[in-house]
Write a protein that binds this ligand. Structure first.
Ligand code: PBG
Length: 317
């Protein structure tokens, strides 16, 4: 009788990461009922360190431990949300994306301290302290609501909500991903879900991927079985735009691919850190050519002056 080897799946140990990994393993178990999957959790430097990410090498800090475990053969698969991966051109060689899971909500949400009247962003009073550390959110706050005060808050989404509620940072509100709130069972805390046409979403928002050691074809085939094709197409386009822009974790950019049955459209923007300048594009093409459409969107932004905005100094102290 053929024995099936176990598959070891690496995850960060934050509650959101665990939710994502459990979901992925559930899909894998359905696809391969005869295989036993085992989850190994690990702490990441990006989770432990609470200062600006740009000081510890950017988003790589989230996936370094996962990448090392993968490359050392301690695990066969790692699960991450796309937003926490480094830009495509900075990605660790030897690690490939295998599965792209169905996209969740791309929108950002506003959360107020427990017990406060539920106000939308536009009704927060002058000087209200809005917690976020994403350059994209800070730039849009400065552009659309310049009378509000962005406050740098890092940490896992659940810790950020705890800090909002305990008043320790004097925060009046938090901007977070609505998909993340869902994953933490906290969707009811959103007092407003921001319209993605007016408040632009993060590239890769709401997407979870499973990665593997490049060349491990057995694991690659396993991961292909649980890929959501439309999400994979959107991811290919959004990553192609980012790769063309050569942005990093200090870049305030938004990339959002949407699909019809025949076309793919990339809406993308790059903001100056102070929110005063933004270049935007709306680029469409055939559904079969996501990379091409994504690249054209990036090139259009560069032609319109995005490069000067991209490498502005980090705005965080
Ligand atoms: N920046 C951290 C991060 N990475 C992914 C999500 C949420 C889930 C997702 O959009 O995939 C979050 C939380 C947030 O932005 O509030």
């Amino acid at each position: 009788m053929k024995t099936t080897p176990d598959v070891r799946v690496g995850s960060r140990n934050s509650p959101m990461a665990r939710w994502q990994t459990d979901w992925c393993v559930e899909l894998l178990s359905k696809a391969r009922p005869d295989t036993r999957f085992e989850i190994t959790t690990m702490a990441s430097h990006g989770d432990r360190y609470q200062g600006p990410l740009s000081r510890i090498g950017g988003k790589g800090a989230f996936v370094k431990a996962l990448d090392r475990a993968l490359l050392d053969g301690e695990v066969d698969v790692t699960v991450s949300c796309v937003k926490d991966l480094p830009s495509p051109h900075d990605r660790q060689p030897g690690v490939s994306i295998g599965a792209v899971l169905e996209r969740g909500d791309v929108r950002d949400a506003l959360v107020l301290p427990a017990g406060r009247p539920p106000l939308p962003l536009a009704e927060l009073p002058r000087g209200a302290r809005v917690g976020t550390s994403a350059p994209r959110r800070i730039a849009q706050l400065r552009q659309r609501h310049p009378y509000l005060e962005p406050v740098l808050v890092r940490g896992n989404a659940d810790t950020r909500i705890a800090r909002l509620d305990d008043g320790s940072r004097g925060l009046d509100a938090l901007l977070v991903a609505y998909a993340g709130l869902h994953r933490l069972g906290q969707a009811h805390r959103a007092t407003e879900i921001l319209d993605p046409v007016l408040w632009l979403p993060a590239s890769g928002a709401g997407m979870v991927v499973a990665e593997y050691r490049t060349g491990d074809t057995a694991i690659r085939d396993l991961l292909t079985a649980i890929t959501h094709p439309a999400t994979a197409t959107a991811l290919a386009a959004e990553r192609a735009t980012l790769a063309t822009l050569h942005g990093n974790c200090t870049t305030a950019a938004s990339v959002h691919a949407t699909l019809t049955s025949t076309t793919i459209t990339v809406d993308a923007a790059v903001f100056a850190p102070d929110g005063h300048t933004a270049v935007r594009t709306h680029t469409s093409g055939p559904l079969q050519q996501p990379e091409e459409v994504g690249r054209r969107a990036g090139e259009q932004l560069l032609r319109d002056g995005a490069a000067a905005l991209l490498h502005a100094l980090p705005h965080t102290p």
